[in-house]
Design a protein around this ligand. Sequence first.
Ligand SMILES: Cc1ncc(COP(=O)(O)O)c(C=O)c1O
Length: 377
Amino acid sequence: MKYAKRWLIGLERPRHGGDVRGCDGVLDFSCSLNPLGPPREVVAAALSGLDKVSCYPDDSCSLLKSELSLFVGVAEDLIAVGCGSTELIKSFADAFVEPGDHILVEHPTYSEYAFYCRLAGGVVEEVPLCEEHGFALDVDCLFERLDSNTRAVFLCNPNNPTSRLESKKRIMEVVEECEAREVLVFVDEAFIDFLRDSRRFSCVPEVEGHENLFVSRSLTKIFSVPGLRVGYGVGGRGLVECLDKVRLSWGVGVLEQLVAVELLRRCAPYLERTVEVVERERDYLYRSISEIAGYTVFKPDANFIFIKVGGLGVGAAAVRSALLGDGVLVRDCSSFGGEFSNFIRVGVKERELNEVLVKALRGLPERLKGSALETGA
Ligand SMILES: Cc1ncc(COP(=O)(O)O)c(C=O)c1O
């Protein structure tokens, strides 16, 4: 396409879990949402807003920001809101990344950071997370890659797909080194609310002292509302003002704002219960799957589990399609890079459903033998 920007050529949109089209009736473990499902308030709040859709949404999301300010404990003018945290990732790249800028992202990690930075003309370099070290962030390796052209570093904590949480101390080491070099740091905390005492791990309280730090959060995962597009982020006033310039006008709809406000006002008991269920069920899945031959399970910190299926002698794509035969959809992690083509990711659900997953994983070697016989492989 001769009219497109040079760097659009060859750029592919990221692939995600949660695509259940054509998989009617399957249990979807491929996306990592709150196992309790959306709080009841969602429906009532959405219905109460139907008569307001004849007006444009509040473009500045003022009520939502004031609720978020109470929820995260920072002033409203340090908060940016977007249609999903995905809009904030895009806005961050639009506002700060210039063609040719050097960007560092972990590998593997959520693919949207690299995508939107490339879309803005940035040159993305990956900082490998090593399997032998449990996919821990190697700060020295990251520092070695910083150069005078580096504009931003993206960190995901806990990281998707590895489910590993880095200590706040380690993240802040990166923030401080980057601040000294005038490099921005984007910390994605989309899954942090699933952790007990998440405030201890979050970098949100640090934004006031570090003008290079932006922390993004999402309502999607913790309230299990991927169909409502609401995300937010916290940063210094300077960063937030820039993000406000590039955001989509009226990006967060009337119903979204209304439901989000209602959820934030009433969420405390739901969040408490969520943490309990996630802790218990993550532990159950981790122990149960670790006991099955053929799987290497990495210790999870979030509400999903990263599993190597190499011991089964087939790749993640074959595992995914075989499990569909048992009515179970898992995330084939090949799209995170070729070296992850024998890794899958599963979201934590409630016990009854987790038992179905464990049973399917246990029966998988037999099922694979069966399909090899059928195909004569
Ligand atoms: C790490 C991470 N950040 C952000 C998002 C985007 O979430 P949303 O745009 O729905 O807020 C996702 C979605 O999968 C994710 O995994």
